[in-house]
Design a protein around this ligand. Structure first.
Ligand code: KIV
Length: 283
């Protein structure tokens, strides 16, 4: 593959203005980052969903800034060309504007991120504004915001009713006015996503919110059957890597058990004369 150009904000806005869809995926580790960069993905999110997909927690809430920085650094090493977004974990921005700016700054300074993402609407507008004023591009996240899953009644569609939908539409405008360079809409109805996209002057990205947005996001582990606990209904599976891995592991256990692994191509020998000398030395 020919060397890619580093994705920049002007490049993303050019795609947006030209009506070309923006591609976005989650990523948490070096080898996956390498593959995503080679595949030409525009934006990569080091999501705090890594708490579930990589660390095995039941929610994203236990994830710390140190967890996020470690994974973001690995992703940046694997994917030097993508627009890299660090996802602000629980309580890294909620307490105050200053906390938010300091956490966002860590993603930029310590992990080489290009931007951050934070969850929430009008109640987070001052955090968004502070981060943007500090010179850090920030993405908003509306609809199903997993850090507030308890208050939202679980992992479910948001904006089904007109009042709730109107509030999400207003929140999108508020975040845009606060300086968000883009907004992610997670699990809102397709026509609500369309209304937001039509009213916005920044790229709107859909996660399970339909085709009318300016770009699409999928969770990498859902795409390849890598998260054993569940698969969200809206996720598309592009290949069952989880099954391939599981079958390979079972075969490995079987081959070692029955003595068919390793074969000569899986190990190294020593020359006869060296072996003879070695035995003499041992005698
Ligand atoms: O953490 C994450 O991966 C996210 C997505 C669910 C949008 O925030």
């Amino acid at each position: 593959m020919t060397e890619r150009k580093k994705v920049t904000l002007p490049m993303l806005y050019k795609k947006y203005r030209e009506g070309k869809p923006i591609t976005m995926l989650t990523c948490y580790d070096y080898p996956t980052a390498y593959f995503q960069d080679q595949a030409g993905v525009d934006m990569v999110l080091v999501g705090d969903s890594l708490g579930m997909t990589m660390l095995g927690y039941d929610s994203t809430l236990p994830v710390t800034m140190d967890d996020m920085i470690r994974h973001a650094q690995a992703v940046r090493r694997g994917a030097p060309h993508v627009w890299l977004i660090g996802d602000m974990p629980y309580m890294s921005y909620q307490p105050s504007v200053e906390t938010a700016i300091r956490s966002a700054g860590r993603f930029m300074a310590e992990a080489g991120c290009d931007a951050i993402k934070l969850e929430g609407g009008r109640e987070m507008a001052d955090r968004m504004e502070g981060i943007v004023r500090a010179g850090i591009p920030a993405m908003g996240h509306l609809g199903l915001t997993p850090q507030s899953a308890s208050a939202l009644g679980g992992f479910r569609l948001q904006g089904k009713g007109a009042e709730q939908a109107a509030r999400i539409i207003e929140d999108a405008k508020i975040l845009e006015e606060a300086g968000a360079y883009s907004i992610l809409l997670e699990l809102v109805p397709d026509r609500v996503c369309q209304l937001i996209t039509e009213r916005a002057n920044i790229p709107i990205i859909s996660l399970g919110s339909g085709p009318h947005a300016n770009g699409q996001l999928l969770i990498y582990h859902d795409m390849f059957g890598l998260y054993p606990k569940f698969k969200p209904r809206m996720a598309k599976v592009y290949g069952n890597a989880g099954e391939v891995i599981q079958n390979g592991l079972k075969q490995y256990v079987q081959e070692v058990t029955e003595g068919t692994f390793p074969q000569p191509e899986n190990y190294f020998g020593i020359a006869d004369e060296e072996y003879e000398r070695l035995l003499e030395m041992l005698d």
